[in-house]
Design a protein around this ligand. Structure first.
Ligand code: FAD
Length: 397
């Protein structure tokens, strides 16, 4: 299968940036838990943040396929750096473009194209997978509201210019999805503070923050999706949009695992054990075969979800969930086996495969855990939904 000329050129641009400006420094950012500032600058210089932003706001106006190409190539070198792109491609800016009002689009999208970071605040200390138990809420204030919220695990929250905060609108019933919507908050506003940052196993070049919102003013034009206390339509709209993020997450898994697989293959051709190269041992050749089959299978599932999104569309939920599960699990297996193939060196922080493993491990939790995706896929199939393709017919009820 070949790529179009435009896609191949975009892949080459991203790969060049990744190999020249990111790969040599990624282990250092991981070691020191330093935010990948130089990576941010390199991505800006290469105009890579413009990929998904509409042309009228300074972007290239491309879609999920192109976003995935860049994410894959940057993650092949460093997942923390790819996440910077993910925050712009598949985070709040994409939601603003599709769902936001004109003022919001004019205010924020040129900033996204220029490589300012955006973050998303859904999770709270007592509300993760069960987002409907969130407490964040708006209190009426004149023609607008005041936001009271405490969000944790906000990727890039300490460094972003704005946060899309999922919250309850007045009249919302606690413990249900009714009345949940989302507002965009300028992180320089009064009442916003970074309460802390998480210390993590991987993705150490890209921090997750705890953000407190104490009576932060929210104007009517800051509302991305209004929550109607009578139903959960706002939450449904927001969840549908998360499919962009799920596909981007899957693309980063593919990229990191691809990098680990290629590294293991090169290593096996160099490393001699006794009288033989590792590459000559059939048991290890089979490992490479299994890793590649798993990775390529996951790639095809992601490709289907991306193609179904089409230009300007949103990837469909069932196919996106299937792709995320497959890519998360394939990456876990491939990176784990890459460590094994390098033996003791694989376990050493002087070689890159253990970092890839630690990084992708977090991607099986973010953007909806593997278990939550499985719940969705299982219940969807049992309810008669089928993934796109000529092979399935709806099960008999
Ligand atoms: C690297 C990383 C980046 C993140 N970035 C963001 C971000 O930018 N913004 C944000 O809002 N959040 C972010 N998160 C938070 C993430 O979305 C949550 O961690 C995730 O939704 C799980 O919630 P939880 O941690 O509270 O786990 P819990 O909900 O407490 O779940 C614990 C375990 O139980 C399983 N589980 C829960 N419910 C069910 C069920 N019904 N059936 C089967 N299993 C279930 C889960 O899969 C998990 O394995 C990030 C997390 C990570 C690790």
């Amino acid at each position: 299968m070949s790529e179009s000329e435009d896609h191949a050129a975009l892949r080459k641009l991203a790969r060049d940036v990744a190999e020249r400006d990111i790969a040599p420094f990624a282990a250092g950012w991981d070691e020191t838990e330093e935010f990948a500032e130089a990576s941010l600058e390199a991505l800006r210089r290469a105009d890579l943040f413009t990929v998904t932003v509409a042309e009228e706001f300074g972007g290239m106006g491309m879609g999920d396929v192109e976003a995935a190409i860049v994410l894959e190539e940057i993650a092949r070198a460093d997942v923390s750096s790819a996440i910077l792109c993910q925050l712009v491609f598949n985070g709040p800016p994409r939601a603003i473009e599709h769902l936001g009002n004109e003022t919001m689009r004019r205010n924020w999208l040129p900033k996204a194209a220029a490589g300012e970071l955006f973050c998303i605040g859904i999770t709270e200390p007592d509300a993760g997978s069960a987002a409907t138990t969130m407490r964040a809420h708006l209190v009426p204030d004149g023609d607008g509201w005041r936001l009271e919220a405490y969000k944790n695990y906000v990727t890039g929250g300490h460094r972003a210019v704005a946060c899309l905060v999922w919250c309850r609108f007045p009249g919302s019933e606690a413990g249900t999805g009714k009345g949940i919507g989302a507002v965009l908050v300028d992180l320089a506003a009064d009442g916003v503070s970074v309460a802390g940052t998480h210390r993590k196993m991987g993705l150490r070049g890209c921090t997750e923050a705890e953000l407190a919102f104490d009576g932060v003013r929210v104007a009517p034009e800051d509302v991305l999706v209004a929550g109607d206390p009578a139903d959960n339509s706002g939450l449904k709209t927001l969840l549908a949009h998360i499919n962009h993020e799920r596909c981007g997450n899957a693309a980063m898994c593919l990229g990191a695992a691809q990098g680990a697989l290629e590294y293991a293959i090169a290593y096996m051709q160099e490393r001699t054990v006794g009288t033989k190269k590792l590459a000559e041992l059939q048991g290890l050749q089979w490992k490479i075969a299994d890793m590649a089959v798993e990775l390529e299978g996951a790639r095809l599932l992601l490709d289907r979800a991306l193609q179904l999104a089409g230009p300007g569309g949103t990837p469909p939920p069932l196919e996106s969930a299937m792709a995320k599960i497959a890519c998360n699990l394939a990456a876990k297996k491939v990176c784990d086996e890459a460590i094994q193939l390098l033996g003791g060196y694989g376990y050493s922080r002087e070689y890159p495969v253990e970092r890839a493993y630690r990084d992708i491990r977090g991607l099986s939790i973010g953007a909806g855990t593997v278990e939550i995706q499985r719940n969705f896929v299982g219940t969807s199939l049992l309810a008669g939904k089928v993934p796109a393709g000529p092979w399935w017919k709806a099960p008999r009820r």
